[in-house]
Design a protein around this ligand. Structure first.
Ligand code: FES
Length: 522
């Protein structure tokens, strides 16, 4: 180990001793050379420092899927990850979550593989057809349809990072992706059986994208699951009543919350906010979204942001009652046709009125305007409000002056963080508030844990408290001893506030949008 590139890295390994039923921590200093993987380092520890350390591996080349671990909170294959590339001096290594631990870093894969048995990872064909080999011929173009889904190595990293998988009922990203692989395989005759199996639990998926981000083979499981839900809705297979209600409401009222379209601007009464149908041109189009328009709690966020805009003389207007749901949750729920109807309406207004940029409250509106057709066809200049406001703070147009002497943690909304890469701006706003102490949760930024509200689950939630992601997340904040969970999404606010009530913790912790804390500090 005499290389110039050698660096000592501290390995803190969270272990489990089944004989004493005890969890404990072991720390080792490991000399790391260029090219050494986490698995190499674990083998070094076992050979040189502690022969009792137990972990699983086989192929050492990212193929067998047996060496998954959490490294500094992120699911990884130990044999696939070079230590020096992580750029850290300390590495915390833990077994993968959502699976029972057998010993140290070795988890029991049985619950994970049982999900694959349920989806039948073999071609479903009638017996007599199986005997006709020529029927199995496929063209290369057919292979392309499911090639990406076929390269899954069943390592369970996606399952370990999945917020929905805290509920054992959920089939999980990899098995649902494998299910889809057979759905699009022209040789498979099990379409209705496969859609029925998927429809039983796919609604627990929140589209948070943790699975896509953790996959060592870069399979976009989140998009595959969106497509699978789309097929379920298209074929009319067992859509839960709660999801149907959301879709019906979005069709009838142009919002998912069964409110009259004529009441969309009620939140702004007394604030004299300009509406584009009347003024025709503005600098900023303030896209309010459904929850901040209709839900009493979230109307406070719409007001906060409008007041902050006023403070810095932003020339802004809304679409008034002409604004319709952006459609993001509808698209994630699989109703592509309905999404297009909503989006085409909004897009036609965007083309009709003059403005320089759109600012959204919800990360869901932001994400769909940035990524989904027909919005992307217009070339919109979209910002989430945290981007716009943090810019104003940076260039001195806005200066929080009143101290908020509170310990605050920030919960990353998945559609703002993991799906859009916006992690710093909300934190910069919070750090600009005098007296406010920002403390990070163990799971933050790209390793953040979803509130459980995405893909329409905010309206369809039926899990027991211990299986709800928002309850799991709020417990994490409570353990940190903070007084406030700040976030920047109406759906996160709703889900986390609900969890605070479920946990009977209203006297210990409150949930605030970043804009509400900033308004208090101005
Ligand atoms: Fe086989 Fe890592 S040892 S994937």
């Amino acid at each position: 180990m005499g290389s110039e590139k050698e660096k000592a890295v501290e390995f803190k390994i969270k272990r489990f001793d089944p004989e004493r039923n005890k969890r404990y921590l072991s720390t080792y200093k490991v000399p790391i050379l260029t090219g050494m993987t986490i698995l190499d380092a674990l083998l070094y520890i076992k050979d040189n420092l502690d022969g009792t350390l137990t972990f699983r591996h086989s192929c050492r080349m990212g193929q067998c899927g047996s060496c998954g671990i959490l490294a500094n909170g992120k699911p990884m294959l130990a044999c696939y990850t070079q230590v020096l590339q992580l750029g850290v001096d300390v590495l915390e290594i833990e077994p993968l979550p959502n699976l029972p631990v057998i010993k140290d870093l070795v988890v029991d894969f049985h619950p994970f593989f049982e999900k694959f048995v349920k989806i039948k990872p073999i071609l479903i064909r009638a017996e007599e057809e199986l005997r006709k080999p020529t029927e199995f011929t496929q063209m290369p173009s057919d292979l392309k349809k499911y090639w990406d889904e076929s390269i899954c190595i069943k390592c369970s990293l996606c399952y370990g990072s999945c917020p929905a998988a805290i509920d054992m009922k959920f089939l999980g990203p990899s098995s649902l992706t494998t299910n889809y692989r057979f759905i699009v395989d022209t040789r498979d005759d099990g379409l209705s059986e496969r859609l029925k199996t998927a429809s039983e639990t796919i609604w627990l998926c929140t589209s948070c994208s943790s699975c896509t981000l953790s996959c060592p083979k870069e399979i976009d499981c989140a998009t595959v699951l969106d497509n699978e839900r789309g097929l379920i809705v298209e074929e009319g297979v067992l859509v839960p009543r709660t999801a149907k209600d959301v879709l019906t409401s979005a069709f009838k009222y142009h919002n998912p919350v069964r409110m009259s379209p004529g009441k969309r601007t009620d939140w702004s009464k007394g604030l004299e906010i300009k509406e584009l149908p009347m003024v025709e041109k503005t600098d900023v189009l303030y896209f309010v979204g459904c929850l901040p328009s209709y839900d009493a709690r979230n109307q406070e966020i719409a007001k906060s942001i409008a007041q902050i805009f006023r403070k810095i003389d932003v020339n802004f207007a809304t679409l008034g009652n002409e604004e319709w749901c952006c459609g993001d949750h509808i698209l994630r729920l699989g109703e592509k046709g309905l999404f297009e109807m909503l989006a085409e309406h909004n897009a036609s207004l965007f083309k009709k009125y003059g403005f320089n940029r759109i600012i959204t409250i919800s990360p869901h509106c932001y994400h769909t305007f940035k990524n989904d057709k027909p919005y992307t066809d217009i070339g919109l200049n979209v910002q989430h409000y945290t981007q716009f406001i943090s810019e104003a703070i940076k260039n001195g147009r806005l200066r929080p002056v009143k101290a908020i002497k509170k310990k605050v943690t920030y919960h990353d909304p998945c559609f703002l963080g993991k799906r859009s890469g916006i992690y710093d701006e909300p934190r910069e706003i919070l750090k600009s508030i005098p007296g406010l102490e920002l403390v990070e949760m163990g799971r933050s930024k790209e390793n953040s844990f979803c509130c459980g509200g995405g893909a329409g689950r905010i309206w369809t939630e039926e899990a027991t408290p211990e299986n709800r992601p928002c309850v799991n997340r709020t417990k994490e904040a409570l353990e940190l001893g903070v007084e406030v969970i700040a976030t920047a999404c109406p759906f996160c606010v709703t889900a986390l506030e609900d969890a605070v009530k479920v946990l009977d913790a209203e006297d210990k912790i409150v949930v605030k949008d970043v804009s509400e804390l900033l308004r208090e500090a101005l």
